[in-house]
Design a protein around this ligand. Structure first.
Ligand code: GLN
Length: 296
């Protein structure tokens, strides 16, 4: 990273920080900022509320959190009328976007809440969400999924069930409900836009995915100037990634792991992996898997 005159800087647009911020979603921003800070990268965070236009060129990455049905309704209208064109332009230009729960639902075709009219979504994901009504139990609890040959852990609380059309799932449920507690899929992916039900917040306990988002944003902004070395390695330079050890036990070997370029200096994520491990343990997912992580 030293071959660049200016210190690296990224701008993150935080959509609807007041309306969509459940179960610690803001923690994702704190994590991204912290992981940048430790590498001398500046992360500017700009809040975009109802009524604010979205100029895609002003941002390098975007985040939208979750919210209750009553908070989603005004957001859905604003997203469609005020930010739709700018957001689509950013997404089609491979900007990394993380959309959690209620925000994820509004990036699909529509959300049919427990009460009230359907909320029109942006249709980024070929998917739709139906709330099965107050009598059907919500999807609540800790979750573990497999993503790209590794594990992700988090917490979910949603009444809506999401069904995928042609969109690729973000991950496969190892423990929990995921999109609809029926088909084992979790979330959705379109280009570098990731939709997921994982709150918690997601990124503190999943440093490999946090760095994946940062790597995508840096690579999109600075291109190959940043390459630490030519050899593409596994995510973010972790050769002995504990996640891989666990994945080797948990995730079927049929999963092809997509390597990304090596841009970010590895950080000491002992605490993060401990938190990851303890959630896997709580979920009864192979204690020996966590043993592997602990011994590393
Ligand atoms: N209100 C939506 C639902 O219940 C989303 C909830 C959330 O963002 N946690 O499904």
């Amino acid at each position: 990273m030293d071959n660049l005159a200016q210190p690296l800087a990224l701008t993150l647009g935080h959509l609807y920080p007041e309306q969509l911020n459940l179960y610690g979603d803001r923690g994702n921003i704190v994590t991204l900022r912290h992981r940048c800070l430790l590498r001398g990268i500046e992360l500017r965070v700009v809040g975009l509320g109802v009524g604010d236009a979205l100029a895609p060129d002003a941002y390098d990455m975007l985040f939208i959190g979750g919210g209750q049905d009553k908070e989603q309704a005004p957001v859905a209208q604003d997203l469609y009328e005020m930010k739709g064109i700018g957001l689509w332009a950013a997404i089609e230009d491979n900007m990394p976007v993380l959309a959690v729960c209620g925000g994820y639902q509004l990036l699909a075709h529509y959300y049919r809440p427990a009460e009230g009219p359907d909320m029109r979504g942006l249709g980024v994901f070929d998917a739709w969400t139906i709330h099965k009504g107050p009598r059907v139990p919500r999807c609540i609890g800790d979750v573990a999924i497999s993503w790209n040959g590794m594990t992700l852990v988090g917490f979910e609380n949603h009444g809506g069930r999401t069904y995928l059309g042609s969109s690729k799932p973000f991950g496969k449920v190892l423990k929990g409900n995921g999109n609809n507690a029926e088909d084992g899929t979790e979330g959705a992916i379109y280009r570098n836009t990731f939709g997921t039900y994982l709150h918690g917040s997601l990124l503190p306990k999943n440093p490999h995915f946090a760095d994946h988002l940062l790597t995508l944003a840096l690579q999109r902004k600075y291109g190959d100037q940043l390459l630490l070395n030519e050899e593409p390695t596994n995510y973010t330079g972790y050769t002995e990634t504990p996640a891989r050890e666990v994945a080797a036990v948990l995730v079927p070997q049929t999963v092809t792991v997509k390597e990304t370029v090596n841009i970010l200096e590895p950080l000491d994520d002992t605490l993060e992996w401990e938190a990851h491990a303890s959630m896997l343990e709580q979920l009864g997912l192979y204690t020996e898997a966590t043993q592997v992580m602990r011994t590393d």
